[in-house]
Design a protein around this ligand. Structure first.
Ligand SMILES: NC(=O)c1ccc[n+]([C@@H]2O[C@H](COP(=O)([O-])OP(=O)(O)OC[C@H]3O[C@@H](n4cnc5c(N)ncnc54)[C@H](OP(=O)(O)O)[C@@H]3O)[C@@H](O)[C@H]2O)c1
Length: 314
């Protein structure tokens, strides 16, 4: 079969022949892959730079996707292991970490949305106890996961949702946001976030540290708990947090991702997230690209306004 194959971490994947997957275990199934999203996490996997990366090569990238099983059923799946991902004509899935989708589900929409939506869904549902009526700030709100986080917070009954990012025009276009603030203007973040209860941060690095200081300084009531959930690191893997931020307010910093969440946590929430996607709850922007164009697509500058979805069968 054909697949996107990484043979060295310094090069993009090549479209080439790869051995067919074989199902051997009780819960394993070989599916024809219909759609696989090019998420930032997949780029890290292909570069060997994600914190969960091993140095095993060659590898087929892709952490999730939508495929059709031998009986015609449509599955959304979380990929298995480190070396056989979803960017192939066929892949191996474990039905315990997959969900059957309705026949009418659009594979590209599901592949573009699920990874993005489940990030904040798990954070709010599994890493903290989110209560209806709380106020949420999303940092990195113009990206795929950020736009979805705004919509997920709204779905979970947030009162105010504040979208923070680099581009004012794109922030204004985010569905479900009540207010916006620019990352380059920490004072406006402090003003907008005076009554925020939960921050979902996809950016980290220096901008997050500046935003954290501004938020803590701008609290209307410093005893009001503020939970900062670290989800991504688009602006850098490290952030310098002033000790005063932790002492002068009820700030708690936690993370949400692979490791702090188990595969079982993720698998348990997938059906509910998939149901909302199929119901049309979330607005999503996806760009479909045939898998044979993987190499050229990979080397183009990443565009956070749309999610590329590879379609191996196209
Ligand atoms: N923990 C989890 O469960 C989980 C799940 C999925 C993803 N993630 C992580 O979340 C992060 C975002 O993923 P995504 O899918 O939203 O990516 P994306 O669609 O590419 O969006 C990236 C976002 O980060 C912003 N950004 C990029 N570089 C920046 C910088 N130097 N300073 C400030 N902002 C910057 C972008 O702003 P512009 O729009 O202005 O470019 C955009 O808002 C990644 O680190 C990813 O690995 C975590």
């Amino acid at each position: 079969m054909k697949a996107a194959v990484v043979t060295t971490f310094s090069d993009p994947p090549h479209y080439q022949d790869h051995p067919e997957p074989q199902a051997t275990g009780e819960h394993e199934l070989v599916v024809d892959v219909l759609a696989a999203g090019l998420h930032p996490r997949v780029r890290m996997q292909a570069e060997g730079s994600h914190y969960s990366s091993t140095d095993e090569l060659p590898l087929v990238p892709g952490i999730d996707g939508v495929g059709r099983g031998p009986d015609g059923r449509l599955w959304y799946f979380l990929s298995l292991g480190a070396t056989l991902g979803s960017m192939a004509e066929r892949t191996l899935i474990d039905t315990r970490r997959s969900v059957v989708l309705p026949r009418h589900a659009d594979p590209v929409t599901v592949a573009a949305t699920l990874n993005c939506a489940i990030a904040s869904w798990l954070a709010l549902n599994r890493r903290i106890t989110f209560e209806k009526g709380q106020n949420v700030m999303v940092i990195g709100a113009t990206g795929g996961t950020g736009r979805m986080a705004v919509q997920v917070a709204r779905l979970f009954g947030a009162d105010q949702v504040i979208a923070v990012g680099r581009d004012a025009e794109r922030l204004d276009a985010i569905p479900g946001a009540d207010a916006t603030a620019l990352l380059s203007d920490p004072e406006s973040i402090g003003r907008a976030g005076a009554e925020v209860d939960v921050v979902l941060d996809f950016v980290w690095g220096a901008p997050a540290a500046a935003a954290m200081t501004a938020l803590v300084t701008g609290r209307s009531d410093p005893t009001r708990p503020l939970t900062w959930v670290e989800l991504g690191s688009m602006a850098g893997p490290q952030a310098s947090i002033p000790s005063a931020a932790l002492r002068s307010s009820r700030l708690q910093i936690i993370g949400s991702g692979q490791g702090s969440l188990t595969t079982a946590d993720m698998a348990a929430e997938v059906p509910a997230v998939a149901a909302e996607i199929v119901r049309g709850t979330f607005a999503v922007d996806a760009t479909e690209v045939a898998l044979q164009h993987v190499e050229q697509t990979w080397t183009r500058p990443a565009d956070s306004s749309t999610r590329i979805v590879f379609t191996p069968g196209a």
